[in-house]
Ligand binder design. Structure first.
Ligand code: TRP
Ligand code: SF4
Length: 420
């Protein structure tokens, strides 16, 4: 399940006017430490992270354990990668006063929750996650028949649930992980979010109802819990409403029985998908440092110019006088991200009639990227000159995250009866 992004504080449920600021809902997201960020990272994720930080209580973390799920044999999660990435988050405009930045491996609580959730998570749930088979296929050169790789979406679930996040901004490819997270939370609440004699208590209340009502309730309950039918839940609730003899506490108990849960300990998050236009790599494939088709956020302006000028275009435009088709050209996709309507009209007309050359066409893109980089460069310079400050930001973020993670773990241990 996913939602489009509410962008204003009004959408986030904040009320204007005086009084204490309402508690903001939490947003959580993470990224593997791949080092310096490129334009694909910025337009695919970071830009959105920056936008969300004003309206939500944003937690952004370095998913270093996740990197090990595929690259366990390389000691590749080097400090340099972690801090290069964090510097670029800050350069992009993540404000450490607004958002909480931290490193996963500094919080063993994630591992504890992962372990506890692992006990009751059916293997089939993990085997059926589409990224599992996809990635195995894609990364054929690696041995991914490991326990850690299979369990990686569950680790992600723990990352999310431990902060009781309401929203998780991720790419479409990660939807199934958020969906799994929802199922895991539901199951946890079902198993542990109630008194040990819950069923007995519910049965006792059911006795107060007529036979027909009980039968109808059981049908709705089954339909809701097995198929997730909202209509069935509403139907069941209507029956409870109509049972005037029930005390409020009884009705509440049966409502929980209907939903198959008691107390909500872990919250089901929603995926937030950005409707941003995707920025491909220089060759039109996905932008990635390892494909050699990337422009780094901190790329030198002269290098940006060089790379764009060398970009392949519509192969049909062999000569300057050959007309082209923007749809067959990766430069056009850059215009989609960087240009206004006027420029785009100029491109389409100029390309299809051979009125402009490809270098003319690329010029506005070069300038737009260089302009976009200016504030990044400025902020990055400050942070690069003060590495201690970056460490301090991560330190403060980690401690802030720890406070929340510890509290959730207290509740989880308590619910599971692990407080002796
Ligand atoms: N799995 C994500 C990726 O590979 C990173 C990630 C780990 C994450 N834990 C997360 C993203 C929790 C969102 C929420 O890109
Ligand atoms: Fe691509 Fe622009 Fe050249 Fe057309 S004119 S082929 S859109 S670079």
């Amino acid at each position: 399940m996913s939602e489009s992004i509410p962008t204003t504080s009004a959408d986030a449920g904040a009320s204007p006017g005086p009084g204490p600021a309402p508690r903001r809902e939490r947003v959580l997201s993470g990224m593997r430490p791949t080092g310096a960020m490129h334009l694909g990272h910025y337009h695919g994720a970071l830009k959105n992270w920056v936008r969300l930080q004003h309206d939500y209580d944003c937690f952004y973390f370095v998913a270093d354990w996740h990197a090990l799920t595929t690259h366990y044999e390389e000691r590749g999660v080097i400090e340099q990668n972690v801090y290069d990435m964090v510097v670029d988050w800050l350069a992009a405009g993540i404000d450490p006063n607004d958002a909480t930045i931290f490193i996963q491996s500094r919080l063993p609580e994630h591992a504890e929750l992962f372990t506890l959730l692992a006990m009751g998570t059916p293997l089939g749930w993990l085997e059926r996650v589409p990224t599992y088979k996809d990635q195995m296929e894609k990364l054929k050169d690696r041995d991914l028949a490991t326990y850690g790789f299979l369990g990686y979406p569950l680790l992600q679930a723990a990352d999310i649930l431990i902060y009781k996040a309401a929203y998780v901004p991720v790419g479409e490819d990660q939807s199934s992980h958020v969906e799994l997270t929802r199922e895991v939370a539901r199951r946890f609440n079902h198993l542990y979010g109630r008194e040990s004699n819950f069923d007995e208590l519910a049965r006792a209340v059911l006795k107060k109802l007529g036979k027909d009502a009980v039968k109808a309730l059981e049908t709705e309950r089954k339909s809701f819990q097995e198929e997730g039918s909202e209509a069935a839940l509403q139907g069941g609730r209507a029956i409870l409403e109509a049972s005037r003899s029930l005390a409020a506490a009884d009705r509440e108990r049966l409502d929980a029985w209907l939903r198959g849960t008691g107390k909500t300990i872990l919250h089901e998050p929603l995926a937030l998908h950005t409707e941003v236009k995707k920025l491909p790599g220089l060759d039109g494939a996905k932008m990635s440092k390892s494909y050699g088709n990337a422009i780094a956020m901190r790329e030198e302006p002269a290098e940006v110019e060089k790379k764009i000028r060398r970009m392949p275009t519509d192969p049909a435009r062999v000569h300057r006088s050959d007309p082209g088709d923007p749809e067959k050209c990766p430069v056009w996709q850059f215009h989609q991200v960087y240009s206004n309507d006027e420029t785009k009209t100029w491109v389409v007309h100029g390309c299809t009639t051979a009125a402009i050359g490809c270098l003319d066409c690329k010029q506005p893109v070069i300038e737009a990227i260089q302009r976009e980089q200016l504030p990044w460069r400025e902020r990055a310079e400050t942070y690069l000159a003060n590495p201690k400050q970056v460490h301090w930001i991560v330190e403060v973020g980690t401690e802030r995250a720890r406070t929340v993670a510890r509290q959730t773990m207290r509740e989880v241990r308590d619910a599971m009866g692990l407080t002796y």
